[in-house]
Design a binder for this molecule. Sequence first.
Ligand SMILES: N[C@@H](Cc1c[nH]cn1)C(=O)NCC(=O)O
Length: 439
Amino acid sequence: MTKVDHLDSAKSWLVWIASVCAYLIAVTQRTSFGVAGLEATDRFSASASILATFSVVQLVVYAGLQIPVGILVDRWGPRAMITGGAALMVIGQLLLAMADSVGSGLVGRFFVGAGDAMTFVSVMRLLPNWFSGHRIPMLTQATGMVGQLGQLLSLIPFVALLHLWSWTPAFLSLAAFSVLGLVLALVLVRNGPRVAEVPAVPTRARTLLSVAWKEPGTRLGFWTHFTTQFTANVFLLTWGYPFLVSGQGISPATASGLLSIFVVVALVAAPILGAAVARHPHRRSAIAFNVIGMIALMWLVVILWPGPAPMWLLIILIVCIATGGPASMIAFDFVRTFNPSHVIGTGTGIVNVGGFLAALVTVYVVGWLLDLQQRAAGPGAELYTLDSFRWALSFQFIVIAGGVIGMVVTRNKARRAMALRGEYPPQAERRNARDIQER
Ligand SMILES: N[C@@H](Cc1c[nH]cn1)C(=O)NCC(=O)O
């Protein structure tokens, strides 16, 4: 049996299931602090801004580590990185379980963010090592989809444990959950048959980074991830809840219900987008542009709506924003198909910075614009009003416009490079063009 025979084998599926479980566990660790906000406020006697610092530290660590992690995945292989990531998350949650000051809590969160940052890119890197190309778009979507279920584990069993057992035992259980991720990675995850096929290649960090970055397909992936995903992060991580409750006047319970639409959409949209990408690989950017167009259009309608928007409109808005999550997985397909295999990890790391970077900037600027409007309105003015949200959230259009320009420019460059290699336009289009000429 040759090495290639192992692609798509039972072992491939076992490795994928184990690695996706490690990713699901990482998403649970990532989202656990967000649902423990009230308990954290008590435990650390923290103000709202200190609490926000925990999220910002985690996001900065996550986004800041993506490129180094991508390079290390290409050098050391995904197995070592998933195992190391799980170990860091065990340490982080143990520290958080024992923490009784903001400083020690932040150190714990730093470790959790670092371990989390090592997981997703490594799992994505395993796909081309274990599966043949036609399966990968669907598996890419399935990976993202299963990972999102980690949010549910935070929301339901973890919150229940927190209320039942209190802070320390609840966070110790999370550390134990990461031990499970570590064991799964050690016992079941292997780097794959394709690793042995790769000829000896330079693995200097600068070389890997430069090869991946020079490829226009990587930059197309970066801008695609940047534009499709950030509105979902902004909404989920910070501004969605206050916008719904204080801006739109919705009850907290209904707002939480609306936020859970994100998980449902992630489950429903992922197979649809995965199938679309697998069937129409030359329409990937068009699919992403359609999703971005829907998100921008719905934000425009909600922002311009006179008074609070009706519930049906808010639901459509949230469905469109949430579709951005699965749509952002198209970005990783660009990386995989445009790059040589020895830099796919580095390219995936570069791309995965996109959406998180755009979200960080937007979260900050929206907050700054809300503060600015409150100060301008004079003493005693409310911070969160529908009008102030309208102006502040309109900043998203600037980010979307920047992202779309980035996508168009890099897509044209990628197409020019493909045309030079005789790979563009795709065969079917060339055949159609010939038929029309011959008629
Ligand atoms: N686009 C997300 C994952 C996703 C899939 N469906 C909804 N969201 C992404 O980039 N994830 C990176 C990570 O580390 O989770």
